[in-house]
Every structure is written in structure tokens, then in C-alpha cells.
Design a protein around this ligand. Structure first.
Ligand code: ZN
Length: 181
């Protein structure tokens, strides 16, 4: 039986929406890949990376620099927020999306909400300190309408941290062996 025009139109709209959703998902995975690259740039710090995107362009990048620059506030998200604000010439990051490899801690989450970032995507969940819902949820305190999605490239983001800690353990074992000599 021939379909009515309205049915065909509805089907088209549904498939168009699915296509847009698929494209958005691909873009999110791609930007998380860029955040992972940033994480790998951390030299002495816990490898966490972050990018901030506006209109499809990266306007801020950051990796954890706490140890490197001896500054407790320099988490990847804070570094990326500073860079993006400088680029835009203002503290309001309306219309921006943040991609970070680990769920933000309370300090960073508060900064993200204050900067009015629209969408937050993170990779690995942090059940100890995560302030985007895992350990605590700061969003209702500011009545923010931020959209949060966790678990993007989760395995890969977890892997970087696991490798880092395994390296540390290996390093300290080696140190103990050297000390024992
Ligand atoms: Zn943080």
C-alpha cells in the first residue's frame, strides 16, 4: 500500500534526526580523542586532558600541570578554561562544550558551572571525587542547565590513568630495588 505523504515525511524526519544524532556522537568521540591527546602531553602529572569547543572549533586545551608548575589549581579543566576565556576575551563561555578525560572534581565543576559552559562530556567516571554526579552533584546548587554526558571513550580514558599508576608502581619498585642495593 502506498504511504501517505505525511507518513513519508515523518519517516524522513526520524531518519534525519537519527543521522544528526549519529553525526553529533561521532563529533563527541572525535573531540574526546583530542582531549586524550592532551592527557598524553602531561609530563609529570596525572594524565588528564581537556578541550573546549565552540562552533566546532577547539578554543581551549589543557592538561594537568599541578606538579609541573607547582600550582594546585592547574587541573586540565582550569587550564583549558583559562585558555578559552583568553581567546574569547571574556569569562562567559556560553555556547561552549567541554570534553575531559575524567569526571571533573568539585573545584573544576564549580569553575565549569561559573563559566556557563553549555555541555560537558567526560570519559572515565570518578567515584571518589567526581562532582558531575558520581560522588556529588554541584549542578543544582547553581540551578545550571548544563547538559552532562559521561562515559565517552571511557575504556581508553581509564586505560591512560591505569597505565600511569602502573608506571608509578613500577617506578617505586625500581626505586626500592635501587635503595636496597
Ligand atoms: Zn579538577
Amino acid at each position: 500500500m502506498a504511504k501517505r505523504v505525511s507518513e513519508t515525511k515523518t519517516e524522513f524526519l526520524v531518519s534525519e534526526r537519527a543521522r544528526q544524532k549519529g553525526t553529533a556522537l561521532l563529533a563527541n568521540v572525535d573531540f574526546m580523542g583530542k582531549a586524550i591527546k592532551c592527557a598524553q602531553g602531561a609530563s609529570e602529572d596525572l594524565p588528564i586532558g581537556c578541550v573546549i569547543v565552540k562552533d566546532g572549533t577547539i578554543i581551549g586545551r589543557g592538561c594537568n600541570k599541578k606538579e609541573e608548575l607547582q600550582d594546585a589549581t592547574l587541573h586540565a579543566e582550569m587550564v583549558a578554561i583559562q585558555e578559552a576565556s583568553k581567546k574569547l576575551g571574556e569569562w562567559r563561555l556560553d555556547g561552549c562544550k567541554m570534553y575531559v578525560t575524567l569526571e571533573p572534581c568539585p573545584m573544576c565543576m564549580w569553575a565549569i558551572l561559573n563559566a556557563r559552559i553549555d555541555e560537558l562530556y567526560f570519559g572515565a567516571y570518578d567515584y571518589n571525587y567526581g562532582a558531575a554526579g558520581s560522588k556529588l552533584n554541584l549542578v543544582p546548587l547553581l540551578g545550571s542547565k548544563i547538559k552532562i554526558t559521561g562515559g565517552i571513550k571511557e575504556k581508553e580514558c581509564e586505560e591512560i590513568l591505569k597505565n600511569y599508576f602502573a608506571g608509578l608502581r613500577h617506578g617505586s619498585r625500581r626505586l626500592r630495588a635501587v635503595e636496597a642495593k
